[in-house]
Write a protein that binds this ligand. Structure first.
Ligand code: GDP
Ligand code: GDP
Length: 454
Protein backbone atom coordinates (compact mmCIF):
# COMPACT_ATOMS: atom_id res chain seq x y z
CA UNK A 1 0.00 0.00 0.00
CA UNK A 2 1.49 3.26 -1.16
CA UNK A 3 0.55 6.44 0.57
CA UNK A 4 2.24 9.51 1.89
CA UNK A 5 1.98 10.50 5.49
CA UNK A 6 -0.72 13.00 6.04
CA UNK A 7 -0.03 16.58 6.97
CA UNK A 8 -3.28 17.91 8.24
CA UNK A 9 -1.69 21.10 9.46
CA UNK A 10 -1.83 22.55 6.01
CA UNK A 11 -1.86 26.21 5.26
CA UNK A 12 -3.38 27.45 8.47
CA UNK A 13 -0.56 26.00 10.54
CA UNK A 14 1.82 28.16 8.56
CA UNK A 15 -0.02 31.39 8.93
CA UNK A 16 1.77 34.10 10.82
CA UNK A 17 -0.54 36.83 9.70
CA UNK A 18 -2.53 38.98 12.06
CA UNK A 19 -5.41 36.58 12.32
CA UNK A 20 -8.25 38.36 14.01
CA UNK A 21 -8.33 37.80 17.72
CA UNK A 22 -11.87 37.21 18.84
CA UNK A 23 -11.38 38.86 22.20
CA UNK A 24 -9.69 42.28 22.37
CA UNK A 25 -6.50 42.60 24.41
CA UNK A 26 -5.70 45.33 26.91
CA UNK A 27 -2.06 45.60 28.01
CA UNK A 28 -1.26 47.27 31.32
CA UNK A 29 2.13 49.01 31.49
CA UNK A 30 3.97 51.21 33.97
CA UNK A 31 6.86 51.38 36.40
CA UNK A 32 7.21 48.79 39.13
CA UNK A 33 5.14 49.47 42.25
CA UNK A 34 2.70 51.90 40.70
CA UNK A 35 -0.02 49.31 41.37
CA UNK A 36 -0.39 47.50 38.04
CA UNK A 37 -1.04 44.09 39.57
CA UNK A 38 -3.43 45.52 42.10
CA UNK A 39 -5.29 47.28 39.32
CA UNK A 40 -5.34 44.17 37.14
CA UNK A 41 -6.87 42.25 40.01
CA UNK A 42 -9.40 45.03 40.41
CA UNK A 43 -10.24 44.84 36.70
CA UNK A 44 -10.61 41.08 36.97
CA UNK A 45 -12.83 41.54 40.00
CA UNK A 46 -10.70 39.25 42.10
CA UNK A 47 -10.70 39.49 45.83
CA UNK A 48 -7.45 37.72 46.52
CA UNK A 49 -4.67 39.88 45.25
CA UNK A 50 -1.72 38.27 43.54
CA UNK A 51 0.35 41.20 44.81
CA UNK A 52 3.12 40.73 47.30
CA UNK A 53 4.93 43.51 49.07
CA UNK A 54 8.32 41.84 48.89
CA UNK A 55 10.33 43.47 46.08
CA UNK A 56 11.73 41.12 43.49
CA UNK A 57 9.33 38.33 44.29
CA UNK A 58 8.19 36.61 41.14
CA UNK A 59 4.53 37.21 40.75
CA UNK A 60 1.93 35.39 38.82
CA UNK A 61 1.02 37.92 36.22
CA UNK A 62 0.32 37.10 32.65
CA UNK A 63 -3.00 37.24 30.84
CA UNK A 64 -6.54 36.79 32.07
CA UNK A 65 -10.12 37.07 30.88
CA UNK A 66 -12.05 40.11 32.08
CA UNK A 67 -15.73 40.92 31.81
CA UNK A 68 -17.29 44.37 32.23
CA UNK A 69 -20.74 45.49 31.12
CA UNK A 70 -21.12 42.30 29.14
CA UNK A 71 -17.91 42.92 27.20
CA UNK A 72 -15.18 40.33 27.35
CA UNK A 73 -11.55 41.20 26.93
CA UNK A 74 -8.12 39.89 27.84
CA UNK A 75 -5.98 41.79 30.33
CA UNK A 76 -2.23 41.40 30.06
CA UNK A 77 0.00 42.54 32.90
CA UNK A 78 3.29 43.36 31.17
CA UNK A 79 5.09 43.35 34.53
CA UNK A 80 5.79 39.68 33.93
CA UNK A 81 7.74 40.33 30.73
CA UNK A 82 11.48 40.62 30.84
CA UNK A 83 12.30 42.72 27.81
CA UNK A 84 16.04 42.43 28.37
CA UNK A 85 16.74 46.14 28.10
CA UNK A 86 19.16 47.59 30.62
CA UNK A 87 17.99 50.12 33.17
CA UNK A 88 14.53 50.71 34.46
CA UNK A 89 13.64 53.37 31.93
CA UNK A 90 14.74 51.20 29.02
CA UNK A 91 12.99 48.11 30.21
CA UNK A 92 9.67 49.83 30.93
CA UNK A 93 9.87 51.56 27.55
CA UNK A 94 10.58 48.22 25.88
CA UNK A 95 7.57 46.73 27.63
CA UNK A 96 5.46 49.59 26.33
CA UNK A 97 6.72 48.90 22.80
CA UNK A 98 5.72 45.26 23.08
CA UNK A 99 2.41 46.19 24.60
CA UNK A 100 1.61 48.55 21.73
CA UNK A 101 2.32 45.95 19.10
CA UNK A 102 0.52 43.05 20.72
CA UNK A 103 -2.63 44.60 22.11
CA UNK A 104 -5.70 46.52 21.02
CA UNK A 105 -5.39 49.17 23.74
CA UNK A 106 -2.79 50.11 26.34
CA UNK A 107 -3.36 51.29 29.88
CA UNK A 108 -0.47 53.25 31.36
CA UNK A 109 -0.53 53.27 35.15
CA UNK A 110 1.17 56.13 36.98
CA UNK A 111 1.47 56.64 40.73
CA UNK A 112 -0.34 59.93 41.36
CA UNK A 113 1.07 60.17 44.86
CA UNK A 114 4.53 60.43 43.29
CA UNK A 115 3.64 62.32 40.12
CA UNK A 116 5.17 61.84 36.68
CA UNK A 117 8.75 60.58 36.89
CA UNK A 118 11.38 60.58 34.15
CA UNK A 119 10.54 56.94 33.46
CA UNK A 120 6.82 57.74 33.16
CA UNK A 121 7.71 60.46 30.68
CA UNK A 122 9.93 58.15 28.65
CA UNK A 123 7.13 55.58 28.48
CA UNK A 124 4.55 58.21 27.60
CA UNK A 125 6.78 59.33 24.75
CA UNK A 126 6.77 55.78 23.37
CA UNK A 127 3.02 55.44 23.81
CA UNK A 128 2.23 58.74 22.09
CA UNK A 129 3.29 57.02 18.85
CA UNK A 130 0.66 54.32 19.35
CA UNK A 131 -1.91 53.91 16.61
CA UNK A 132 -4.21 52.19 19.04
CA UNK A 133 -5.95 53.79 22.05
CA UNK A 134 -3.87 54.58 25.13
CA UNK A 135 -5.51 55.29 28.48
CA UNK A 136 -3.83 56.89 31.45
CA UNK A 137 -4.65 55.74 34.97
CA UNK A 138 -3.56 57.92 37.89
CA UNK A 139 -3.38 55.31 40.61
CA UNK A 140 -3.25 55.57 44.41
CA UNK A 141 -5.77 58.40 44.46
CA UNK A 142 -7.12 57.07 47.74
CA UNK A 143 -8.82 60.34 48.66
CA UNK A 144 -9.83 63.75 47.31
CA UNK A 145 -6.58 65.44 48.25
CA UNK A 146 -4.71 63.67 45.48
CA UNK A 147 -7.03 64.82 42.69
CA UNK A 148 -4.84 67.88 42.11
CA UNK A 149 -1.86 65.58 41.45
CA UNK A 150 -3.96 63.77 38.91
CA UNK A 151 -4.50 66.93 36.90
CA UNK A 152 -0.75 67.48 36.67
CA UNK A 153 -0.49 64.23 34.69
CA UNK A 154 -2.03 65.92 31.66
CA UNK A 155 1.60 66.89 31.00
CA UNK A 156 2.27 63.32 29.80
CA UNK A 157 0.42 64.13 26.60
CA UNK A 158 -1.80 61.05 26.74
CA UNK A 159 -5.08 62.84 27.27
CA UNK A 160 -7.19 62.81 30.38
CA UNK A 161 -5.69 61.11 33.43
CA UNK A 162 -8.25 58.86 35.11
CA UNK A 163 -7.94 58.96 38.90
CA UNK A 164 -8.35 55.59 40.54
CA UNK A 165 -7.48 53.74 43.71
CA UNK A 166 -6.71 50.17 42.80
CA UNK A 167 -6.37 49.32 46.46
CA UNK A 168 -9.74 50.63 47.56
CA UNK A 169 -11.61 50.34 44.28
CA UNK A 170 -12.34 54.06 44.07
CA UNK A 171 -13.48 55.08 40.55
CA UNK A 172 -12.38 51.76 39.09
CA UNK A 173 -15.84 51.38 37.53
CA UNK A 174 -15.38 54.63 35.64
CA UNK A 175 -11.98 53.51 34.44
CA UNK A 176 -13.43 50.20 33.26
CA UNK A 177 -16.13 52.06 31.33
CA UNK A 178 -13.38 54.01 29.58
CA UNK A 179 -11.37 50.87 28.89
CA UNK A 180 -14.29 48.96 27.43
CA UNK A 181 -15.24 52.02 25.36
CA UNK A 182 -11.77 52.15 23.84
CA UNK A 183 -11.62 48.49 22.83
CA UNK A 184 -12.70 47.28 19.41
CA UNK A 185 -15.96 45.35 19.32
CA UNK A 186 -15.30 41.63 19.60
CA UNK A 187 -17.05 39.38 17.14
CA UNK A 188 -19.56 37.28 19.00
CA UNK A 189 -18.60 33.73 19.76
CA UNK A 190 -19.42 32.14 16.49
CA UNK A 191 -22.41 29.94 16.72
CA UNK A 192 -22.22 30.36 13.03
CA UNK A 193 -23.78 27.04 12.24
CA UNK A 194 -26.84 27.76 14.30
CA UNK A 195 -28.62 25.69 16.91
CA UNK A 196 -30.71 22.56 16.53
CA UNK A 197 -29.39 19.04 16.10
CA UNK A 198 -25.65 18.81 15.55
CA UNK A 199 -24.71 18.32 11.91
CA UNK A 200 -22.92 15.15 10.92
CA UNK A 201 -21.42 14.24 7.55
CA UNK A 202 -20.88 10.57 6.77
CA UNK A 203 -18.26 10.29 4.06
CA UNK A 204 -16.02 7.66 2.53
CA UNK A 205 -15.18 6.06 -0.76
CA UNK A 206 -17.76 4.06 -2.72
CA UNK A 207 -18.68 0.66 -1.22
CA UNK A 208 -17.14 1.35 2.15
CA UNK A 209 -20.56 0.86 3.71
CA UNK A 210 -22.01 4.34 4.12
CA UNK A 211 -25.58 3.48 3.29
CA UNK A 212 -25.39 0.23 5.25
CA UNK A 213 -24.19 2.14 8.31
CA UNK A 214 -26.83 4.81 7.93
CA UNK A 215 -29.49 2.13 7.72
CA UNK A 216 -28.08 0.40 10.76
CA UNK A 217 -28.01 3.64 12.70
CA UNK A 218 -31.54 4.56 11.80
CA UNK A 219 -32.84 1.07 12.43
CA UNK A 220 -33.42 -1.30 9.62
CA UNK A 221 -37.19 -1.47 9.82
CA UNK A 222 -38.18 2.12 9.88
CA UNK A 223 -36.56 4.21 7.21
CA UNK A 224 -34.99 7.49 8.05
CA UNK A 225 -36.67 9.14 11.01
CA UNK A 226 -37.35 12.33 9.19
CA UNK A 227 -36.18 14.34 6.25
CA UNK A 228 -35.30 17.98 6.20
CA UNK A 229 -35.82 20.14 3.16
CA UNK A 230 -32.38 21.32 2.10
CA UNK A 231 -33.29 22.59 -1.31
CA UNK A 232 -36.66 23.40 -2.74
CA UNK A 233 -36.48 20.24 -4.81
CA UNK A 234 -34.90 17.53 -2.71
CA UNK A 235 -34.87 16.65 0.93
CA UNK A 236 -31.14 16.11 1.38
CA UNK A 237 -30.60 15.77 5.12
CA UNK A 238 -31.78 13.09 7.53
CA UNK A 239 -32.69 13.51 11.15
CA UNK A 240 -31.45 10.47 13.00
CA UNK A 241 -31.97 9.64 16.64
CA UNK A 242 -28.93 8.08 18.27
CA UNK A 243 -28.57 7.45 21.94
CA UNK A 244 -31.55 9.63 22.79
CA UNK A 245 -30.28 12.60 20.82
CA UNK A 246 -31.28 13.94 17.40
CA UNK A 247 -28.54 14.34 14.84
CA UNK A 248 -28.76 15.90 11.45
CA UNK A 249 -26.92 13.80 8.88
CA UNK A 250 -26.22 16.16 6.02
CA UNK A 251 -26.61 15.26 2.37
CA UNK A 252 -27.81 11.72 2.82
CA UNK A 253 -30.13 11.84 -0.17
CA UNK A 254 -27.42 10.35 -2.37
CA UNK A 255 -26.78 7.58 0.09
CA UNK A 256 -30.36 6.55 0.24
CA UNK A 257 -31.02 6.74 -3.47
CA UNK A 258 -27.69 5.17 -4.38
CA UNK A 259 -27.12 7.64 -7.18
CA UNK A 260 -23.36 7.28 -7.40
CA UNK A 261 -23.04 4.65 -10.07
CA UNK A 262 -22.32 6.13 -13.47
CA UNK A 263 -18.93 7.15 -14.77
CA UNK A 264 -17.69 10.45 -13.44
CA UNK A 265 -18.63 9.19 -10.00
CA UNK A 266 -15.22 10.10 -8.60
CA UNK A 267 -15.50 13.73 -9.53
CA UNK A 268 -19.09 13.96 -8.47
CA UNK A 269 -18.40 12.18 -5.22
CA UNK A 270 -15.45 14.35 -4.28
CA UNK A 271 -17.34 17.58 -4.89
CA UNK A 272 -20.23 16.20 -2.97
CA UNK A 273 -17.98 15.10 -0.15
CA UNK A 274 -16.46 18.54 0.12
CA UNK A 275 -19.88 20.15 0.31
CA UNK A 276 -21.00 17.72 3.00
CA UNK A 277 -17.87 18.37 5.07
CA UNK A 278 -18.40 22.12 4.85
CA UNK A 279 -22.01 21.76 5.93
CA UNK A 280 -21.15 19.58 8.93
CA UNK A 281 -19.79 20.21 12.40
CA UNK A 282 -18.44 16.72 12.82
CA UNK A 283 -17.47 14.29 10.09
CA UNK A 284 -17.47 10.51 10.21
CA UNK A 285 -14.89 9.27 7.75
CA UNK A 286 -15.78 5.69 7.07
CA UNK A 287 -12.81 3.48 6.22
CA UNK A 288 -12.83 -0.12 5.04
CA UNK A 289 -10.80 -1.88 7.72
CA UNK A 290 -10.49 -4.99 5.58
CA UNK A 291 -8.54 -3.17 2.88
CA UNK A 292 -5.39 -1.05 2.88
CA UNK A 293 -5.99 2.60 3.68
CA UNK A 294 -5.97 4.41 0.35
CA UNK A 295 -4.73 7.78 -0.84
CA UNK A 296 -8.35 8.70 -1.37
CA UNK A 297 -9.13 7.99 2.29
CA UNK A 298 -6.23 10.13 3.43
CA UNK A 299 -7.27 12.95 1.16
CA UNK A 300 -10.71 13.01 2.72
CA UNK A 301 -9.22 13.02 6.22
CA UNK A 302 -7.03 15.96 5.21
CA UNK A 303 -10.06 17.76 3.86
CA UNK A 304 -11.82 17.39 7.21
CA UNK A 305 -8.85 18.62 9.23
CA UNK A 306 -8.27 21.56 6.91
CA UNK A 307 -11.93 22.48 6.99
CA UNK A 308 -11.56 22.60 10.78
CA UNK A 309 -14.26 20.03 11.50
CA UNK A 310 -14.38 17.51 14.32
CA UNK A 311 -13.41 14.05 13.14
CA UNK A 312 -14.45 10.48 13.88
CA UNK A 313 -12.63 7.73 12.01
CA UNK A 314 -14.91 4.71 11.77
CA UNK A 315 -13.29 1.48 10.67
CA UNK A 316 -16.06 -0.50 9.03
CA UNK A 317 -16.28 -4.17 8.03
CA UNK A 318 -14.55 -5.08 11.27
CA UNK A 319 -16.17 -8.52 10.94
CA UNK A 320 -13.65 -9.21 8.14
CA UNK A 321 -10.61 -8.17 10.18
CA UNK A 322 -8.41 -10.96 11.51
CA UNK A 323 -5.23 -10.81 13.61
CA UNK A 324 -2.95 -10.30 10.62
CA UNK A 325 -5.04 -7.58 9.11
CA UNK A 326 -5.37 -5.85 12.48
CA UNK A 327 -1.59 -5.77 12.86
CA UNK A 328 -1.19 -4.41 9.35
CA UNK A 329 -3.84 -1.78 9.89
CA UNK A 330 -2.06 -0.49 12.96
CA UNK A 331 1.11 0.00 10.95
CA UNK A 332 -0.85 1.78 8.22
CA UNK A 333 -2.36 4.08 10.80
CA UNK A 334 1.03 4.87 12.28
CA UNK A 335 2.34 5.83 8.88
CA UNK A 336 -0.67 7.42 7.28
CA UNK A 337 -2.47 9.20 10.07
CA UNK A 338 0.45 10.66 12.02
CA UNK A 339 -0.98 14.14 11.73
CA UNK A 340 -4.38 13.27 13.15
CA UNK A 341 -3.49 11.24 16.23
CA UNK A 342 -6.26 13.22 17.93
CA UNK A 343 -9.05 11.72 15.81
CA UNK A 344 -11.78 9.75 17.57
CA UNK A 345 -11.65 6.16 16.41
CA UNK A 346 -14.27 3.42 16.44
CA UNK A 347 -14.27 -0.06 14.95
CA UNK A 348 -17.66 -1.04 13.63
CA UNK A 349 -19.51 -3.42 11.40
CA UNK A 350 -22.54 -2.08 9.60
CA UNK A 351 -23.30 -5.67 8.64
CA UNK A 352 -23.41 -7.23 12.11
CA UNK A 353 -24.15 -4.04 14.03
CA UNK A 354 -20.95 -4.43 16.02
CA UNK A 355 -20.14 -1.38 18.17
CA UNK A 356 -22.48 0.80 16.19
CA UNK A 357 -23.81 2.15 19.46
CA UNK A 358 -20.34 3.55 20.16
CA UNK A 359 -20.88 6.01 17.35
CA UNK A 360 -22.91 8.56 19.31
CA UNK A 361 -20.45 8.80 22.25
CA UNK A 362 -17.59 9.27 19.76
CA UNK A 363 -19.50 12.07 18.02
CA UNK A 364 -20.23 13.71 21.36
CA UNK A 365 -16.60 13.57 22.48
CA UNK A 366 -15.38 15.09 19.22
CA UNK A 367 -17.96 17.86 19.33
CA UNK A 368 -17.36 18.79 22.94
CA UNK A 369 -13.67 19.19 22.09
CA UNK A 370 -14.63 21.25 19.07
CA UNK A 371 -16.62 23.54 21.37
CA UNK A 372 -14.06 23.62 24.18
CA UNK A 373 -12.44 26.82 25.41
CA UNK A 374 -9.55 27.14 27.85
CA UNK A 375 -9.75 30.27 30.01
CA UNK A 376 -6.93 32.72 29.32
CA UNK A 377 -5.46 32.59 32.84
CA UNK A 378 -5.28 28.80 32.81
CA UNK A 379 -3.83 28.80 29.31
CA UNK A 380 -1.07 31.23 30.22
CA UNK A 381 -0.20 29.55 33.50
CA UNK A 382 0.42 26.38 31.51
CA UNK A 383 2.17 28.16 28.62
CA UNK A 384 4.64 30.11 30.75
CA UNK A 385 5.76 26.88 32.43
CA UNK A 386 6.09 25.18 29.06
CA UNK A 387 8.09 27.99 27.47
CA UNK A 388 10.31 28.33 30.53
CA UNK A 389 11.12 24.61 30.40
CA UNK A 390 11.50 24.46 26.61
CA UNK A 391 12.04 27.86 25.00
CA UNK A 392 11.55 28.29 21.25
CA UNK A 393 14.69 27.59 19.21
CA UNK A 394 16.96 30.53 18.44
CA UNK A 395 16.59 31.90 14.92
CA UNK A 396 19.06 34.27 13.33
CA UNK A 397 20.81 34.67 16.64
CA UNK A 398 17.62 35.74 18.36
CA UNK A 399 15.48 33.92 20.86
CA UNK A 400 11.83 34.60 20.13
CA UNK A 401 9.83 35.24 23.30
CA UNK A 402 6.33 33.94 23.74
CA UNK A 403 4.61 36.76 25.59
CA UNK A 404 1.16 35.33 26.12
CA UNK A 405 -1.62 33.45 24.39
CA UNK A 406 -5.36 33.52 24.05
CA UNK A 407 -7.79 31.01 22.70
CA UNK A 408 -9.23 33.25 20.05
CA UNK A 409 -11.90 30.90 18.90
CA UNK A 410 -13.73 27.61 19.03
CA UNK A 411 -15.16 25.40 16.30
CA UNK A 412 -12.34 24.61 15.78
CA UNK A 413 -10.33 25.67 18.83
CA UNK A 414 -7.84 28.30 17.71
CA UNK A 415 -4.94 29.60 19.76
CA UNK A 416 -3.05 32.78 19.09
CA UNK A 417 0.47 33.03 20.48
CA UNK A 418 1.81 36.56 20.82
CA UNK A 419 5.54 36.50 20.27
CA UNK A 420 8.55 38.67 19.59
CA UNK A 421 9.68 36.49 16.71
CA UNK A 422 8.83 33.77 14.25
CA UNK A 423 8.08 30.35 15.70
CA UNK A 424 9.09 27.38 13.59
CA UNK A 425 6.46 24.87 12.55
CA UNK A 426 8.22 22.25 14.64
CA UNK A 427 7.89 24.35 17.77
CA UNK A 428 4.23 25.06 17.05
CA UNK A 429 3.61 21.34 16.72
CA UNK A 430 5.40 20.83 20.03
CA UNK A 431 3.13 23.43 21.62
CA UNK A 432 0.09 21.72 20.11
CA UNK A 433 1.18 18.32 21.37
CA UNK A 434 1.74 19.63 24.90
CA UNK A 435 -1.50 21.59 24.74
CA UNK A 436 -3.38 18.41 23.92
CA UNK A 437 -1.58 16.48 26.66
CA UNK A 438 -2.71 19.08 29.17
CA UNK A 439 -6.17 20.02 27.94
CA UNK A 440 -7.39 17.11 25.80
CA UNK A 441 -9.22 18.25 22.67
CA UNK A 442 -9.67 14.67 21.50
CA UNK A 443 -11.49 14.53 18.19
CA UNK A 444 -10.89 18.05 16.94
CA UNK A 445 -8.20 19.83 14.97
CA UNK A 446 -6.56 22.66 16.90
CA UNK A 447 -5.19 25.69 15.10
CA UNK A 448 -2.19 27.53 16.39
CA UNK A 449 -1.58 30.94 14.93
CA UNK A 450 1.35 33.13 15.79
CA UNK A 451 1.13 36.87 15.98
CA UNK A 452 4.58 38.36 15.75
CA UNK A 453 4.88 41.91 17.00
CA UNK A 454 5.09 44.10 13.96
P1 GDP B 1 3.11 46.81 40.30
O1 GDP B 1 4.55 46.53 40.59
O2 GDP B 1 2.95 48.01 39.42
O3 GDP B 1 2.35 45.65 39.81
O4 GDP B 1 2.47 47.28 41.69
P2 GDP B 1 1.64 46.43 42.77
O5 GDP B 1 0.26 46.18 42.28
O6 GDP B 1 2.48 45.28 43.16
O7 GDP B 1 1.54 47.48 43.94
C1 GDP B 1 2.68 48.02 44.57
C2 GDP B 1 2.30 48.50 45.94
O8 GDP B 1 1.39 49.60 45.82
C3 GDP B 1 1.61 47.46 46.78
O9 GDP B 1 2.06 47.57 48.09
C4 GDP B 1 0.15 47.84 46.68
O10 GDP B 1 -0.59 47.45 47.82
C5 GDP B 1 0.22 49.34 46.59
N1 GDP B 1 -0.93 49.93 45.93
C6 GDP B 1 -1.48 49.52 44.76
N2 GDP B 1 -2.54 50.29 44.46
C7 GDP B 1 -2.69 51.21 45.43
C8 GDP B 1 -3.60 52.27 45.68
O11 GDP B 1 -4.54 52.54 44.93
N3 GDP B 1 -3.41 53.00 46.79
C9 GDP B 1 -2.39 52.75 47.64
N4 GDP B 1 -2.27 53.52 48.70
N5 GDP B 1 -1.50 51.74 47.47
C10 GDP B 1 -1.64 50.98 46.37
P1 GDP C 1 -21.58 2.74 0.23
O1 GDP C 1 -21.29 2.73 -1.23
O2 GDP C 1 -20.47 3.38 1.00
O3 GDP C 1 -22.91 3.31 0.61
O4 GDP C 1 -21.55 1.20 0.69
P2 GDP C 1 -22.78 0.20 0.91
O5 GDP C 1 -23.46 0.50 2.20
O6 GDP C 1 -23.58 0.17 -0.31
O7 GDP C 1 -21.98 -1.16 1.13
C1 GDP C 1 -21.19 -1.71 0.08
C2 GDP C 1 -21.06 -3.20 0.29
O8 GDP C 1 -20.36 -3.47 1.52
C3 GDP C 1 -22.42 -3.88 0.45
O9 GDP C 1 -22.36 -5.10 -0.21
C4 GDP C 1 -22.56 -4.12 1.93
O10 GDP C 1 -23.34 -5.21 2.28
C5 GDP C 1 -21.13 -4.33 2.36
N1 GDP C 1 -20.89 -3.95 3.75
C6 GDP C 1 -21.24 -2.80 4.34
N2 GDP C 1 -20.85 -2.81 5.64
C7 GDP C 1 -20.24 -3.99 5.85
C8 GDP C 1 -19.63 -4.60 7.01
O11 GDP C 1 -19.54 -4.04 8.10
N3 GDP C 1 -19.09 -5.83 6.84
C9 GDP C 1 -19.15 -6.50 5.66
N4 GDP C 1 -18.60 -7.68 5.62
N5 GDP C 1 -19.72 -5.97 4.56
C10 GDP C 1 -20.27 -4.72 4.65
Amino acid sequence: SEFHSLDAHGAEGESDDGTEVAQPVLAVVGRPNVGKSTLVNRILGRREAVVQDVPGVTRDRIAYDALWNGRRFTVVDTGGWEPGATGLQGSVAAQAELAMSTSDAVLLVVDASVGATATDEAVAKVLRRSKRPVLLAANKVDDERLLAETASLWSLGLGEPHPVSALHGRSSGDLLDEIVGSLPEAPRDADRLGGGPRRVALVGKPNVGKSSLLNKLTGEERAVVDSVAGTTVDPVDSLVELDGQAWRFVDTAGLRKRVQTASGTEYYASLRTRTAIDAAEVVIVLLDASEPISEQDLRVVTLVAEAGRALVLAFNKWDLVDEDRRYQLERELDRGLVRVPWAEKVNVSALTGRAVRKMAPALRTALSSWDQRVPTGQLNGWLSDLVAATPPPVRGGKQPKVLFATQAGIRPPTLVLFTTGFLEAGYRRFVERKFRERFGFQGTPVRINVRVRE
